[in-house]
Design a protein around this ligand. Structure first.
Ligand SMILES: *Cc1c(COP(=O)(O)O)cnc(C)c1O
Length: 356
């Protein structure tokens, strides 16, 4: 028998969340951002859930883009980091992909390889994220290159917000974007999940929702539920052993938790090798038999311990929810000092997945 751990992927939640994103920015089209194996949810699970609804799919990995085409996806597919070599461009043409370009030499390569068809290009502006994109002093060279580049079909201008979820917001980046775009009348793509939800006026032609598709909140101060999002991944397991420890006894590696009173400790078949964060401290929320309790001590590779002191009815075989339906991944992530993005992406290959 396999270990009782399981990740349930809810396609109807993915679809609900995608449609919610669209409803926030009426008139915009939305790239479903499915990079990193659809934030750990399984690329093809997400593609399947959104095959009818999605205007397009955005990701980073060429092999993932090809996998989407092979799965029958016909919508536009956008490579968010662009391409790296001339060989990549052959696949870009073969599979009719759209590409982000963030360096001049990418455009030069595109011009020089002589593709049989023209490629839709997203020109990325660096407006303050300082990760990818052209800076204002490169605009003249960019304009010259685009003017003579026969390999480019439609151009879309894009940028990425660094603090759409924070206090500094987006105005400062929008100002820089407007200054760089000048008289541009063509299509624009700016908004990630946080901007779609908090600054829907940045929707424009195309938006790029990621985390919200999976039911994660992009904000530290607003729950996914309050935003109308539904969890797409529920990670469950079971209690596989119970220990009653006396006051003063310690639990787990390093003895990080010391019992102040006699404590019933449940052992859950889920550890950091499954993707549960090892740095989740004592007190991280967990559901046992549908009731909320806390983790105890350090997370091990294959197991973690939970407090059953107030859950008399819980014992071996009682179901446990690590995150998802009934317990927001954002809450678990916050307790562990991270964000739900990281929890989802870290889901380990060894965890069996059920798609509903
Ligand atoms: C990952 C990514 C997104 C999606 O961001 P979320 O915060 O998950 O909504 C959008 N645009 C780009 C360029 C990205 O890399």
């Amino acid at each position: 028998m396999p270990r009782p751990i399981n990740a349930r992927i809810d396609r109807s939640a993915l679809l609900h969340n995608y449609l919610l994103a669209k409803s926030r920015v009426p008139g915009s089209r939305a790239w479903a951002v499915v990079k990193a194996n659809a934030y750990g949810h399984g690329l093809l699970n997400a593609a399947d859930a959104l095959a009818e609804a999605a205007d397009g799919f955005a990701l980073l990995d060429l092999a993932e883009a090809v996998a989407l085409r092979e799965a029958g996806i016909r919508q536009p597919i956008l490579l968010l980091e662009g391409f790296f070599t001339a060989e990549d461009l052959e696949l870009v043409a073969e599979h009719r992909l759209s590409v982000v370009v963030h360096r001049l030499d990418q455009l030069q390569l595109l011009r020089q390889v002589g593709l049989p068809l023209r490629v839709p290009v997203y020109v990325k502006f660096n407006t303050g994220m300082n990760r990818l994109g052209f800076r204002p002093e490169q605009l003249a060279a960019l304009r010259d290159e685009l003017a003579k580049n026969q390999a480019v079909s439609e151009v879309t201008l894009m940028s990425h917000f660094a603090e759409a979820d924070g206090e500094r917001g987006i105005d400062w980046q929008l100002q820089r974007f407007r200054a760089m775009a000048g008289e541009w009348r063509g299509p624009v793509s700016l908004a990630n999940s946080a901007a779609i939800l908090r600054y829907p006026q940045t929707g424009r032609d195309w938006v790029r929702p990621g985390i919200m598709l999976y039911g994660g909140s992009p904000f530290a101060d607003a729950s996914a539920e309050s935003l109308g999002l539904r969890p797409a991944m529920t990670l469950t397991s079971e209690i596989i052993a119970v220990q009653t420890v006396a006051a003063g006894e310690r639990v787990g590696y390093g003895g990080l938790f010391a019992a102040e009173r006699e404590t019933r400790v449940g052992v859950v078949a889920c550890g950091y090798a499954d993707g549960y964060p090892r740095h989740a401290p004592t007190g991280t929320p967990v559901l046992v038999g549908g009731r909320r309790t806390r983790t105890l001590g350090r997370v091990s590779m294959d197991m973690l311990m939970v407090d059953l002191s107030d859950l008399r009815e819980a014992g071996v075989g009682t179901p446990v929810t690590l995150w998802g339906e009934g317990l927001a991944a954002d809450e678990v992530a916050a307790a562990a000092g991270t964000i739900s993005y990281e929890l989802f992406c870290a889901l380990a290959k060894r965890v069996p997945v059920t798609v509903v």
